[in-house]
Ligand binder design. Structure first.
Ligand SMILES: Nc1ncnc2c1ncn2[C@@H]1O[C@H](COP(=O)(O)OP(=O)(O)O)[C@@H](O)[C@H]1O
Ligand SMILES: O=COP(=O)(O)O
Ligand SMILES: [Mg+2]
Length: 558
């Protein structure tokens, strides 16, 4: 079988300036990173602000198997298909974290004949944005310990520092560390830990900021910890935010690359959707909306996570209003939700498929009734899907109020996605969006989390111990009650139990921890025990297969 990287390395790429010209982006505003990547200057984006917005299509999915069900691949295939049928379309994706790249899931540049290129660059260092985010995050961490070392004038309580270090790698050995060992010259010993870079609040701020000044202002409002009398200590108290913004001044400009069919793609910002917001930067999507008639963007994991955060955090803050949603479903994942285990997903199993369709039905219901969005089901066709399985899925979904389209973009590129593209255009042109939030800004934090859990997850209620309840009360007392919620929970289930697949009801969502993201302006609610902000590498990491050959070409990157 032809690998993704073999297809990508055979691509006939255009110089990135040629791709940009098709979308009236003058080369003087392009800051090339080689021949096939470029950043777009923020000054250029300023010149666009009076233009009307194009239509916004959100690609989401059912709860995935560990491999993922093809949101990124479908976003790319749909974007190519829209351009093939004569629609001026751009796609907006997140940049891949090297955690999954070297870990279990692999890259995030699509697959088959629906990829963005140069995929090796995109999946590895790309233009250095995630490294810049990591450095900005860790500069703040270093300044905290340095401040304590040099007398601690702010009175930071070292036991109440909430700011962690980050690295863009899956490294369980760094989850729980002690810093400052080795005597007085090394500072004061204290427990610390690393999160994966894409879980950093700096990444969330990066993705929500509207420009450099907003970025700097938000960075300054980060709460790094508390004094002994529980007063918050901010990054601006440490005079850190200017230097942090300086590290990010180039990263904040959106990156442009191209698809295998030479259509433009913005790839910018990379938060995961199970532990963070899960969508690309507001700057990139805002730019794409001014530069094209149809923007296709994806939100991570299932519609219970990435799409909900896109709606309740990103759209609430940015003013975006999606015109429709495409929910990606696969036969394999629906069989998984019907109880089939991973090794057996390649066998036809109509009864399991029929049972697992409940997961898709609930996502369609949530998207239509709780996000108020017209919805299309895209069956991301896999080679081993049987006609009987496809027919069963189409028949079962026929009464759910969402058109079901089989899309073959992975195998055929944009051509394979044209039916989906026509369905999207028809939906956008005939069905108005009744876009709405799942909860209101002035609902209490507890009621916001209750709304998400009961309306979307099928939960009976939420619960929390007295410590967490006290934390929530203090956040309300400190004036953060109007902030939206960023749920951190497993991506495999509507519940907090990854093994509870399908469409569980009556479960309880336990809030294990609550974290303030004052700069990103949301409250993280960590639900259940199956979630961590520093993943570990699997027994056989993808890095085993990755190499560089004698001509300097990357091999084994999927
Ligand atoms: N139709 C398909 N057939 C085979 N492999 C696919 C198909 N769609 C996606 N993939 C592969 O599945 C993995 C997940 O796809 P991706 O688009 O990254 O999913 P998501 O964005 O939902 O996590 C990638 O390795 C991709 O190449
Ligand atoms: O945050 C997760 O994103 P994917 O669903 O694209 O892997
Ligand atoms: Mg993806």
């Amino acid at each position: 079988m032809t690998t993704d990287i073999a297809i990508a390395q055979r691509a006939k790429m255009l110089r990135i300036g040629q791709v940009a010209q098709r979308f009236d982006i003058d080369e003087e505003y392009m800051e090339p990173y080689g021949y096939y990547k470029a950043k777009i200057s923020l000054e250029f984006l300023e010149t666009l602000k009076d233009r009307p917005n194009g239509k916004l299509i959100l690609v989401t999915a059912i709860n995935p198997t560990p491999a993922g069900e093809g949101k990124t691949t479908t976003t790319i295939g749909l974007g190519d298909a829209l351009n093939r049928i004569g629609k001026k379309s751009m796609i907006c994706l997140r940049e891949p974290s090297m955690g999954p790249v070297f870990g279990m899931k692999g890259g995030a540049a699509g697959g088959g004949y629906a990829q963005v290129v140069p995929m090796e660059d995109i999946n590895l260092h790309f233009t250095g944005d995630i490294s810049a985010v990591s450095l900005a995050n860790n500069l703040l961490a270093a300044l905290i310990d340095n401040h304590i070392h040099h007398g601690n004038e702010l009175g930071i309580d070292a036991r109440r520092i909430v700011w962690k270090r980050v690295v863009d790698m899956n490294d369980r050995a760094l989850r729980d560390v002690t810093v400052g060992l080795g005597g007085p010259g090394n500072g004061f010993p204290r427990s610390d830990g690393f999160d994966i870079a894409v879980a950093s609040e700096v990444m969330a701020i990066f993705c929500l900021a509207t420009g450099l000044e907003d970025l700097k202002d938000r960075l300054g409002r980060i709460v790094i910890g508390y004094t002994r009398d529980l007063r918050p200590v901010l990054a601006s108290d440490l005079k850190a935010h200017g230097a942090m913004a300086a590290l990010l001044k180039d990263a904040i400009k959106p990156n442009m690359v191209q698809t295998l069919e030479n259509n433009p793609a913005f790839i910018h910002g990379g938060p995961f959707a199970n532990i963070a917001t899960g969508t690309n930067s507001v700057i990139a999507t805002s730019a794409a909306l001014k530069l094209s008639d149809y923007v296709v963007t994806e939100a991570g994991f299932g519609a219970d996570l990435g799409a909900e955060k896109f709606v309740d955090i990103v759209c609430r803050k940015s003013g975006f209003k999606p015109d429709c949603a495409v929910v990606v479903a696969t036969v394999r994942a629906l069989k998984y939700h019907g109880g089939v285990e991973l090794p057996d997903l390649n066998q036809e199993n109509l009864s399991a498929l029929e049972k697992g369709i409940a997961n898709l039905e609930r996502h369609v219901n949530n998207i239509r009734n709780h996000y108020g969005l017209p919805c299309i089901v895209a069956i991301n066709h896999f080679t081993l899907d049987t006609d009987a399985e496809i027919k069963l899925l189409q028949d079962k979904m026929a009464t759910q109020g969402a058109p079901v389209v089989v899309s073959r973009h992975w195998a055929e590129g944009g051509k394979g996605g044209e039916e989906l593209a026509h369905a999207v255009i028809n939906m956008v042109e005939t069905t108005p969006s009744n876009f709405k939030f799942v909860y209101e800004e002035n609902d209490s934090l507890w009621n916001k989390m209750t709304a998400i859990a009961t309306k979307l997850y099928g939960a009976r209620d939420i619960m929390a111990d007295s410590r967490v309840r006290a934390q929530i009360r203090k956040l309300e007392d400190d004036g953060y009650g109007s902030y939206p919620i960023c749920v951190a929970k497993t991506q495999y289930s509507f519940s907090t139990d990854p093994a509870l697949r399908g469409a569980p009801t009556g479960h309880s969502v336990a809030i294990r921890d609550v974290q303030l993201a004052a700069g990103a302006e949301f409250i993280v609610m960590v639900c259940g025990d199956a979630i961590m902000t520093m993943p570990g590498l699997p027994r056989v990491p993808s890095s085993n297969m990755i190499d560089v050959d004698s001509e300097g070409r990357i091999v084994g990157l999927f």
